[in-house]
Design a protein. Structure first.
Length: 64
C-alpha cells in the first residue's frame, strides 16, 4: 500500500531548481518587455517620420 501512495505524490523539484526556474522566467519577462517597448518605440518614430514628411509636402504644396 505504501508504494501506491508514493506513486500518487509526484516529487517536487529541489529548491535550487525552483530558484533557477524563477530566475530564467524573470529574465524572459524582462527581455520580452524590452522587446515590446522597442517595437512600440520603433512604431512611434516611424509615425513621427510619416507625419514630418506629410507636413513638409503640405507646406511645399502651399508655398508653390
Amino acid at each position: 500500500m505504501s508504494s501506491f501512495q508514493d506513486a500518487e505524490k509526484p516529487e517536487k523539484p529541489s529548491l535550487l531548481k525552483r530558484g533557477l526556474a524563477l530566475l530564467i522566467l524573470a529574465l524572459v519577462v524582462v527581455i520580452a518587455v524590452k522587446v515590446l517597448f522597442s517595437v512600440v518605440a520603433a512604431l512611434f518614430w516611424v509615425l513621427i517620420g510619416v507625419i514630418v514628411v506629410v507636413a513638409v509636402l503640405w507646406a511645399l504644396n502651399q508655398l508653390l
